[in-house]
Design a protein around this ligand. Sequence first.
Ligand code: AMP
Ligand code: MG
Length: 337
Amino acid sequence: MQTEVINIAKDYDRALSESARLIKDGQVVAIPTETVYGLAANALDENAVKKIYIAKGRPSDNPLIVHVSDISELSPLVSEIPLKAKIMAERFWPGPLTMIMKKSGIIPSVTSGGLDTVAVRMPESEYARAIIKACGVPLAAPSANLSGSPSPTNAKYVFDDMNGRIPLIIDGGKSKIGVESTVITFTTDIPTVLRPGGVTVEEIRNTIGEVNVDDAVLHELKNGETAASPGMKYKHYAPRADITILKGSLEQFIEYTSGKDFFALVFEGEEKYFEKAVTYGKPLDAVSEANRLFDALRELDEKGAKTVFARCPELSGVGLAVYNRLIRSAGFNIIEL
Ligand code: AMP
Ligand code: MG
């Protein structure tokens, strides 16, 4: 299959008309969003959604997020909207927030990974919403990487993974946020964050009060434990290199790594201390770290890194999302210095 790339900033009308034509025809199209690029198909068409799983090589029990272009498109997808979900939508949509509710009868089982719930998000990206509108259907869209690889934040990385596997990539430039959306479920007594993202736990607490954070956010699931969010149990975001996170100060990091042959994954300004280094954002600036992390992981691969030692982000605010992705990309290899 030939994979075409259309730059939506340069060729807006054709980007929309080609996306709509292919999606209505049951095909898969990669689209830009403010979090990361998505691999989109008609969420209500079972056969189209199956093609997403095939293109990604994604396990079929890992459900997809359904993207809408307007709040009014939510109610047909769910059996009811809990009050707190409504408050959250009004506060954070459009934006990097995915909400899980009981699904309605129109959501095929493949879209929800066999669960009786569905995850829904309204992206902030104007391009993403214009594409959804042009298609006229909700779009199921996981991140546009091969399953297990870092999520792509630009069209080039989508092309690297998806060339020959899908007919069209819409290039909308670099994703503004750089990590996937916050996922919260309203199917538990107390709403529970299953995956941290651009909307922080602190912001959620300030909006709806009590909220739990699922154990799998910060810890590896033990054998036999079931994941509330099936995606949390899979190897994820992993470059080819072996990554170890070193928790401690920069001084301790330098001391621990001295004399070793490795790539340093460090914050801007720290690279001067290392022979081989890739940076991911500014120290104590989680928004910039989120923006850079997945690109930095791909750059390590491009440079042929085999052994990587990584600096550890703060665990508050958006830093929780950065840490959640980094520990998975490191296969939970963490050393306390
Ligand atoms: P991705 O599509 O790659 O951004 O991943 C979507 C994430 O949301 C995965 O971790 C899924 O397991 C999770 N997810 C999607 N739908 C549901 C659902 N109905 N219940 C629990 N987790 C979900
Ligand atoms: Mg993903």
